[in-house]
Design a protein around this ligand. Structure first.
Ligand SMILES: C[S@@+](CC[C@H](N)C(=O)[O-])C[C@H]1O[C@@H](n2cnc3c(N)ncnc32)[C@H](O)[C@@H]1O
Length: 334
């Protein structure tokens, strides 16, 4: 993740003061009903005053959520009822206190998916869609690729790959007891929708014996680990609502990246690929880690749409002393 709170807010590195939100009165038309445009304009002012960067867009998204219509249909929507105005006001007040938008709506968009999110699980970020998209491109022509998503969280990367590459067998690894129910719920929903089921594995990705059955057989390892260095100030949405173990990666931000780089080299088949997201301050460090490992070739540092270093990719060497023997994978979940 980058440190920005969610898809509509650009990178913010400072904490905003929390403030008490006093909602101005709604302009009344005498019927108790309210035009969406008036309700949204008022909410936009409140959110902007609270430091929410994309206040208009977020006010529209909350209005669409309350009215049960797509955001693009707001202009054609019926007026808010009095009850809907109350519900909307309550959500706007919570957003003004910097609760993430996705916790208020209960869902986060990720590529072509809508994932359930809430307290205990990391809200997937738009920049991570690039890593998932890169993975989809890697396995596109493969008849039955085996893909492993380490640090799966809500399942964003794993489930996107499973949806977009129907032939893929996908394994999602997560450790957090708070995040796992979200992952299982999203995985079950996608399987019910017809996607090939993703195997959910409860494990610590720093375990040197991680996924021992898969050694040498994985085509693609993906990882969006916790990578913000401890002590870095993050926005209130992140500090107050993303789990700390999803965000912070030790003193230098690399506490999970390092063991993942080492274990991925064991899991990958010769010629398999690793993609690992990283902090934007690690655009040189992570590619260097991959090169220094000795088991990877063609290391590439990649940037996000804002031009910030975002993830690194590398191929598992097909030759030399580090090449590993292939293993087998028993499907199922733990
Ligand atoms: C930045 S979030 C990424 C979640 C998801 N992949 C995404 O892109 O939205 C990192 C995830 O790694 C999990 N995690 C942190 N340390 C872990 C470890 N040692 N083993 C397994 N999972 C871990 C956290 O619980 C969190 O869900």
């Amino acid at each position: 993740m980058c440190r920005c709170p969610h898809r509509l807010v650009p990178n913010v590195a400072t904490l905003h003061d929390y403030r008490v939100t006093i909602l101005p009165q709604h302009p009344s038309d005498g019927t108790g009903r309210r035009r969406p445009s008036l309700v949204v304009s008022r909410a936009t002012r409140i959110l902007a005053d609270a430091g929410v960067e994309s206040a208009r867009a977020e006010a529209e998204l909350l209005a669409a959520h309350v009215l049960g219509v797509p955001r693009g249909r707001l202009a054609l929507a019926d007026d808010f009822t009095g009850e809907q105005v109350d519900r909307f006001d309550a959500l706007v007040a919570r957003r003004a206190e910097r609760e993430p938008l996705q916790h208020l709506t209960g869902v986060a968009g990720f590529r072509h998916l809508e994932l359930l999110v809430g307290p205990g699980v990391f809200v997937p970020r738009p920049e991570t869609e690039l890593l998932a998209g890169w993975a989809v491109e890697q396995v596109g022509g493969h008849p039955a690729p085996l893909v492993v998503d380490l640090c799966a969280g809500s399942g964003a990367i794993a489930l996107a790959v499973a949806q977009e590459v129907p032939a893929a067998r996908v394994v999602a690894v997560e450790r957090s007891p708070a995040a796992l129910p979200w992952l299982r719920r999203n995985a079950a929903a996608r399987a019910a929708a017809g996607d090939r089921p993703v195997a959910v594995v409860e494990a610590d990705v720093t375990d040197p014996d991680l996924l021992a059955e898969l050694v040498g057989s994985v085509d693609v390892v993906l990882c969006n680990p916790p990578y913000v260095p401890l002590g870095v100030t993050v926005p209130p949405e992140v500090a107050g609502h993303d789990p700390a173990e999803a965000v912070f990666g030790g003193v230098d931000g690399l506490a999970v990246v390092r063991p993942v780089v080492a274990r991925a080299a064991v899991l990958l088949r010769p010629g398999g690929v690793l993609g690992v997201e990283h902090d934007d301050t690690h655009g040189t460090t992570v590619p260097e880690l991959l090169s220094a490992d000795g088991r990877y070739v063609d290391v590439v540092g990649r940037s996000d749409l804002a031009g910030r270093p975002r993830f690194a990719t590398a191929f598992r060497r097909a030759d030399g002393p580090h090449a590993a023997a292939a293993g087998t994978w028993q499907t199922g979940s733990s």
